[in-house]
Write a protein of this length. Structure first.
Length: 278
C-alpha cells in the first residue's frame, strides 16, 4: 500500500483519536457517514495539520418566513463557520442558531469534507478551466426536528480569474432522519465560491453558494424541489477602521428561496451582516 494511504500512527501522537474512530467503524462493519466524516475532520487536523484555517462568527438580522408555522418576523441568526485545507483536501462546516424574536430557536449545521483526487494521486488533473476533481462527503443535521442527511458525491474545482475559489458539487441527498419526518432520497447540485476585489482603496468580497435539491416525498406528501441561495456582500471594515485586514466585516446577506423547505413559500430578503474572523 502506498504511504499516502496508510493511517499515520506513532509519527503523530494525537492521531490516536482519529485511528480509534476509524477502527470502531471497521470493527462493527457498519459504514456510518457521520462517524466517517468526523474521522476525516480529525485526521486532517491532528494527523497532518491544517495548511490553512479560517473560523468566523456571523451575526445576521432579517425579516424571515417560517413556512410550517405560517409566521414571519424579525430573526437573529448567529453562525459559527469554519473552513480549512490539509494535505489531501479541505473541510467546511457551519452551525446556525436562528432565533425568531417571537418564537423558539432553531438549530442547524452542515459539514463537507473533500478529498482532492489531484493531491491524493499526485497527478495534475487540471483541464482547461477545471483545476481539480474531488470526492465529497457531506452531512446536514437539524437536531430539533431529528433531521439527518448524508450527501456523498463529487466536486469540480474551477480555476477562473479573480475567484479565490469556485466549486461545483454534485451529491446524493440521502435521508436518515426519524421516521416521522423521513423523506425519500434525492440529489443536490451546489455552486459555492468567493470573489474578492478592491474599489477606491477599500476591500470587498462576494461569497456564498447556490443550491438546488430535487423533489422527494415524506409522510405528509410532496416535498417540492427548491432553489436556494445565500450570497454575502462583505466590506472589510477591519482594514479601513482598525488597520487589521481580514478581521472584521460588515455587509449584507441576500437570501433567496424558491419553495422554502419544500413548501410553496418563496422568500427574497436582505439581512444585515456582521462577521468577526477568529
Amino acid at each position: 500500500m502506498p504511504d499516502m494511504f496508510r493511517i499515520p500512527r506513532s509519527a503523530y501522537p494525537d492521531s490516536r483519536w482519529s485511528v480509534a474512530i476509524l477502527r470502531g467503524i471497521l470493527k462493527f462493519r457498519v459504514f456510518s457517514p457521520a462517524l466517517f466524516s468526523l474521522w476525516l475532520l480529525l485526521l486532517s487536523d491532528t494527523a497532518y495539520g491544517f495548511d490553512w484555517s479560517v473560523s468566523e462568527i456571523h451575526y445576521q438580522y432579517g425579516h424571515l418566513k417560517r413556512p410550517f408555522l405560517q409566521e414571519e418576523g424579525g430573526t437573529s441568526v448567529i453562525t459559527f463557520q469554519h473552513a480549512s485545507g490539509w494535505r489531501f483536501g479541505d473541510n467546511f462546516l457551519f452551525f446556525d442558531a436562528a432565533m425568531p424574536h417571537s418564537g423558539k430557536a432553531d438549530y442547524y449545521g452542515e459539514y463537507y469534507g473533500n478529498l482532492s483526487l489531484g493531491k491524493i494521486t499526485g497527478v495534475d488533473l487540471s483541464i482547461g478551466p477545471i483545476k481539480d476533481f474531488g470526492v465529497l462527503m457531506g452531512i446536514n443535521w437539524a437536531p430539533g426536528t431529528d433531521v439527518l442527511k448524508y450527501l456523498p458525491g463529487m466536486r469540480i474545482a474551477w480555476n477562473l480569474p479573480g475567484f479565490a475559489f469556485l466549486n461545483s458539487d454534485f451529491t446524493a441527498y440521502i435521508d436518515d432522519s426519524s421516521a416521522s419526518v423521513r423523506e425519500t432520497n434525492s440529489f443536490m447540485v451546489d455552486i459555492n465560491g468567493r470573489y474578492p476585489f478592491e474599489l477606491l482603496n477599500s476591500r470587498f468580497s462576494i461569497e456564498g453558494h447556490i443550491e438546488y435539491i430535487g423533489e422527494r416525498q415524506n409522510p405528509f406528501g410532496v416535498v417540492h424541489a427548491w432553489l436556494f441561495h445565500q450570497i454575502q456582500f462583505r466590506y472589510d471594515l477591519g482594514h479601513r477602521l482598525l488597520g487589521r485586514p481580514q478581521k472584521l466585516f460588515v455587509g449584507t446577506e441576500w437570501q433567496y428561496w424558491s419553495n422554502k423547505f419544500g413548501t410553496r413559500v418563496s422568500e427574497n430578503v436582505f439581512q444585515a451582516l456582521l462577521v468577526w474572523r477568529l
